[in-house]
Design a protein around this ligand. Sequence first.
Ligand SMILES: [Zn+2]
Length: 170
Amino acid sequence: MHLTDDQLNEYLDDESSEHDAIKTHLDSCAECAARFSALQTLFAKLDSLPDTALSTNLAARFLPDRKQIPQLPRWLTLTISLQAVGALIALALAAPFVSMLLPQAPSLTAWLFEIQTLWIAGLDAISNYQLPIAQLPTYPVEISTLFIALAIVSVFWIFGNGFLLRNQRK
Ligand SMILES: [Zn+2]
């Protein structure tokens, strides 16, 4: 059985526990002796190489650039800004538009007053240990307004995400 590369390496480094057995094998086996000789030559060459300094600082490439960390890519910030603006515009436009289409819709002030009244009633009920569930009125108009506004926002959101994905594929 011939010597393994590990055995030869250990023998070359003079760290082998089977030093004598390997020496005996090398003396009698031309093939392993040739491999050992090649290994010796290789390591001799490696040792003779000068320690040249790297022309570029490799570590710098992996260090985080403090300037770039808090900044999103420019196209991403643009997309997010457009989405936010679009969503705000949609929200601002949707409510009065739907109120116009539905004349019976109460104004924002009346709606807020209603909420306030409900809140006070709720607080009274809590203080009286009564649940105000039975007093809760339904708000079909506000709910439809909310849904329309959400739909418009969603459309902007989908367009924004489409823009985002298209940029990511570049
Ligand atoms: Zn051998």
